[in-house]
Design a binder for this molecule. Structure first.
Ligand code: ZN
Length: 364
């Protein structure tokens, strides 16, 4: 998820993002480093942790892989892990340079932290705004083909296999990439992955139905119904480790324009739990214990965090939620500074009623 601080405080801050997370039933978040400046040094990691402690919320920073996320020079990974970085990613952009990815994965093996990839070959997505397929052709919108993700996932798996590092694919979206990961795991490659609530519940047909509303524009784009079906199989058979929001707040200025010109990304912290309950638990795709594992325990496991557990002696981070409470998503009620959500106006089922963070009731 993206907290946007430092640099884009008009979209979100550590404080507003923490409140949005708690409103959605999360007791902690891991934030991506595509801020300005990027989270690529000890001081910026420290700034995030200071702001998190002021907010009295659990924020785990993910640091950039390369300085300034420029894809060139590797950051001081060991130092940043010592300062509190839980993983590394140039998210927003992929790691184009295979040698940089190799070096990062070699350090990942030594340090025991994941390298998190935004899997996209940018040469295949130039000027694209939605998934490339029948819908983009019908709508006359330049597409981003699924293979842009698949070729990057395939490359990264091969490098992870060669180096023995821990590769984590962020916001996985295609059936083909999922199959590549399934096969790699059978060979013993250390690869994990996550999927967003929107890629599990919406397709490019919803982009068409929205009338090209910019709140249906994100990267990776909403794929086909066949991909959605495959991803749902991936969460039930355990190939997909967890559900992550990819909360990507944007100011109205970045979204109040044409579909092609709008920024990529949607806010999702405040609706994620309800979308999972409404679209996946109620129809019987997964059961409630599976949903809880996919949204807490499993993520903590992938990142080796002392979280997502009620074990005796562990810090009290607890969400109490009512799985049957119906509510209508109202942008005015958002704690996030941004309202770029495709669920606004929809009635969803399931809502957090109490969130306890670090042993204290978190007041939103
Ligand atoms: Zn990304």
């Amino acid at each position: 998820m993206h907290l946007r601080e430092p640099g884009y405080e008009h979209k979100e801050t550590v404080l507003s993002g923490s409140r949005a997370a708690a409103a959605g039933g999360f007791t902690g978040v891991a934030c991506m480093p595509n801020t300005s400046p990027a989270i690529d040094n000890a001081a910026t990691v420290g700034l995030i942790l200071d702001k998190a402690s002021e907010a009295k919320f659990n924020v785990w920073p993910i640091a950039a892989i390369s300085h300034g996320r420029e894809g060139k020079a590797l950051v001081e990974m060991a130092e940043l892990v010592d300062c509190g970085a839980i993983g590394f990613s140039d998210d927003g952009d992929p790691v184009k340079d295979s040698h940089l990815m190799r070096t990062a994965l070699e350090y990942s093996r030594m340090l025991g932290v994941p390298i998190i990839e935004h899997a996209e070959d940018p040469a295949l997505t130039v000027l694209g705004s939605m998934h490339e397929g029948q819908m983009s052709a019908l709508l006359g919108v330049r597409g981003m083909p699924g293979i842009a993700e698949d070729v990057m996932v395939a490359r990264d798996i091969l490098i992870a296999e060669y180096t023995g590092g821990h590769l984590h694919i962020a916001h996985l979206s295609t059936a083909r990439s999922l199959q590549l990961i399934r096969d790699a795991r059978k060979r013993g490659v250390h690869v994990t992955c996550e999927v967003t609530p929107h890629h599990l519940t919406m397709s490019d047909e919803d982009v068409r139905a929205s009338g090209l509303d910019p709140n249906w524009k994100m990267s990776p784009p909403l794929r086909t119904q066949a991909d959605v079906k495959a991803l749902r199989r991936g969460i039930t058979d355990g190939t997909i480790d967890f559900i992550a929001t990819d909360h990507a707040p944007h100011h109205l200025d970045d979204k109040d324009t044409t579909f092609e010109d709008a920024a990529f990304g949607i806010t999702s912290l405040e609706t994620a739990l309800a979308v999972v309950i409404t679209e996946l638990v109620k129809p019987g795709v997964i059961d409630l214990p599976q949903a809880v594992a996919l949204m807490s325990t499993n993520a903590a496991g992938v990142f080796n965090l002392p979280a997502g557990t009620l074990k005796k002696g562990s810090e009290a981070n607890v969400t109490i939620f009512d799985p049957d409470q119906e509510w209508t998503v109202d942008a005015d009620g958002f704690e996030s500074k941004s309202v770029n959500s495709p669920w606004v106006g929809q009635t969803l089922t399931g809502r957090a009623t109490d969130v306890i963070v670090q042993g204290r009731r978190f007041r939103v």
